[in-house]
Design a protein around this ligand. Structure first.
Ligand SMILES: Nc1ncnc2c1ncn2[C@@H]1O[C@H](COP(=O)(O)OP(=O)(O)OP(=O)(O)O)[C@@H](O)[C@H]1O
Ligand SMILES: [Mg+2]
Length: 470
């Protein structure tokens, strides 16, 4: 080879290297198959999207590696067969471990001398967004709560009901403040169903449940576009048009989205992700927060400007421990509810149970009471009255210190001196894990409730669950 020829080959190799590096650095999946349908290029992002190793895909027939549902063909194989370019096509399929993947693809055939030689696909992952939307669809039922179903005779709860009823006459934003299980969702639905918006949708979304990067698409929707790789999709605002959007745990919404939300409330327009135009929407916002909003503002979990806007109407739902006169009515209504569900005919609770329920301070509020009654009715056999033995162990343990029903102090076993050679750190971790497990079990794995009892944030509880593999 002449020196010039060698230089050319070296330059080609160098370019090839560069292209390969480039392919692995970009944040978009690239998948190329040859005319036999075998993969010849499969970049890093593609591996991430499909959770596959390159050696499981490269040189393999694409249809051997991935499974497509009956009514869906592989967009790549399709391009090879038809020679047609397809843009923004959504595709759902499964990898060889059965993992479902949803992508938006741009697919191009490569034609040389009139023959199709390869097909190239540019891929954007929307699996997570797709799942969130599916879950939302499933949760849409059960939005029928009205004020007459809110139980409670206490002055405190009656005042909140009165204030909430007044809020049905307008479309102002509402902020509902209350601990977990106090009935925030119940009030939000009752306001919606009592308002002129009742025939339009009521949609609720928990802001803590969705990763930041998906929340904007979920709230405002996406616009079909080359840069975002997205398809046209309405967000929750459009879906709730004419109705009410409940944003739960607003203090968990990322601050930049809080700013966008404020703009939507003020301008009554939304802008989809990837769009350049605004669209009018008519949605009433009800937000909930499970901590003091002033604290949330001070700790930068709630933007001050959004707080002022949301709190045009603020409803404080008192915790159950501050309105114990409601206990009896609530208990009775849950007994009726579960009588109907379980085909039972329980009439009420014993004096002892009444006493214990009154002593408890209900950190999980009405939800905790409902679970307690439901649990007791599962234990009861052919009796008309719920008695102390039907209550969960924790009740008996906590309030009947000298009762023979009280189980041994579980801590003694692990925190006690069992002469192991463990360090203090190991011991503390062991106790922590044990206690978290116990509180979670006692609270039917309800994270918010357990965190509250443990006196730590949901986030730190979640961190510990991961750490201890619980
Ligand atoms: N006053 C009430 N009357 C009847 N049922 C109630 C009342 N308050 C709450 N409940 C019941 O308690 C449960 C919890 O209520 P809800 O989901 O509205 O609480 P929440 O404040 O939204 O809790 P979280 O902060 O955990 O989301 C529901 O099953 C609800 O029906
Ligand atoms: Mg709720």
């Amino acid at each position: 080879m002449s020196p010039n020829g060698l230089k050319d080959v070296q330059a080609l190799i160098r370019m090839n290297d560069l292209y390969e590096k480039l392919l692995d650095k970009i944040d978009i999946g690239v998948h190329v198959i040859n005319e036999q349908g075998k993969t010849i290029i499969y970049n890093q992002k593609m591996m991430e999207i499909e959770s596959m190793a390159s050696e499981d895909v490269i040189d393999k027939d694409l249809l051997d590696v991935f499974m497509f549902a009956d009514n869906q063909n592989s967009t790549l194989v399709e391009a090879l067969k038809t020679g047609k370019t397809k843009k923004h096509k959504k595709q759902t399929y499964f990898n060889n471990k059965g993992k479902e993947i949803t992508t938006i693809n741009d697919t191009f055939p490569i034609v040389k001398d009139g023959e199709i030689t390869e097909a190239i696909e540019i891929v954007k992952d929307v699996t997570q967004l797709e799942q969130v939307i599916k879950e939302n669809m499933l949760r849409k039922q059960n939005t029928k709560f009205t004020f007459d179903k809110i139980i409670g005779q206490s002055g405190l709860i009656q005042t909140v009901i009165e204030e909430s009823k007044r809020a049905t006459r307008t479309s102002s934003s509402v902020l509902i403040v209350g601990e977990t299980g106090t009935g925030k969702e119940l009030f939000a639905q009752s306001i919606h169903n009592g308002s002129s918006r009742s025939s339009a949708p009521f949609i609720s979304q928990n802001c803590a449940a969705i990763p930041d990067n998906l929340m904007e698409s979920l709230l405002f929707g996406t616009k079909k576009g080359a840069f975002t790789g997205a398809i046209d999709r309405p967000g929750l605002f459009e879906q709730a048009d004419g109705g009410t959007l409940l944003l739960d745990e607003i203090n968990s919404l990322n601050p930049s989205l809080q700013a966008k939300l404020l703009r939507v409330i003020q301008d009554k327009t939304i802008r989809k992700v990837g769009d350049t135009q605004d669209k009018k929407v008519d949605v009433r916002i009800i937000a909930t927060i499970n901590e003091d909003p002033i604290d949330a503002v001070a700790n930068k979990r709630l933007r001050k400007d959004l707080y002022y806007r949301l709190s045009v109407v603020t409803l404080f739902i008192p915790p159950l421990r501050e309105r114990k006169e409601d206990l009896w009515f609530l208990t009775q209504s849950f007994i009726e509810k579960y009588n109907a569900l379980f085909q039972m005919s329980v009439k009420g609770i014993s004096e002892g149970v009444n006493h214990l329920l009154n002593q408890h301070d209900w950190p999980g509020n009405v939800r905790e009471l409902e679970h307690t009654i439901e649990g007791a009715m599962n234990m009861i056999m052919d009796k008309e009255t719920i008695t102390v033995e039907n209550l969960p162990v924790r009740f008996r343990k906590r309030y009947q210190k000298n009762d023979e029903l009280v189980p041994q102090n579980d801590f003694a076993d692990i925190a006690g001196i069992n002469h192991s050679s463990k360090t203090l750190c190991d011991k503390v971790a062991e106790v922590e894990k044990f206690y978290i497990k116990q509180i979670l079990t006692e609270n039917s794995n309800n994270i918010s409730q357990a965190a509250k009892i443990l006196g730590i944030s949901r986030q730190s509880l979640q961190y510990r669950l991961k750490k201890y593999n619980l």
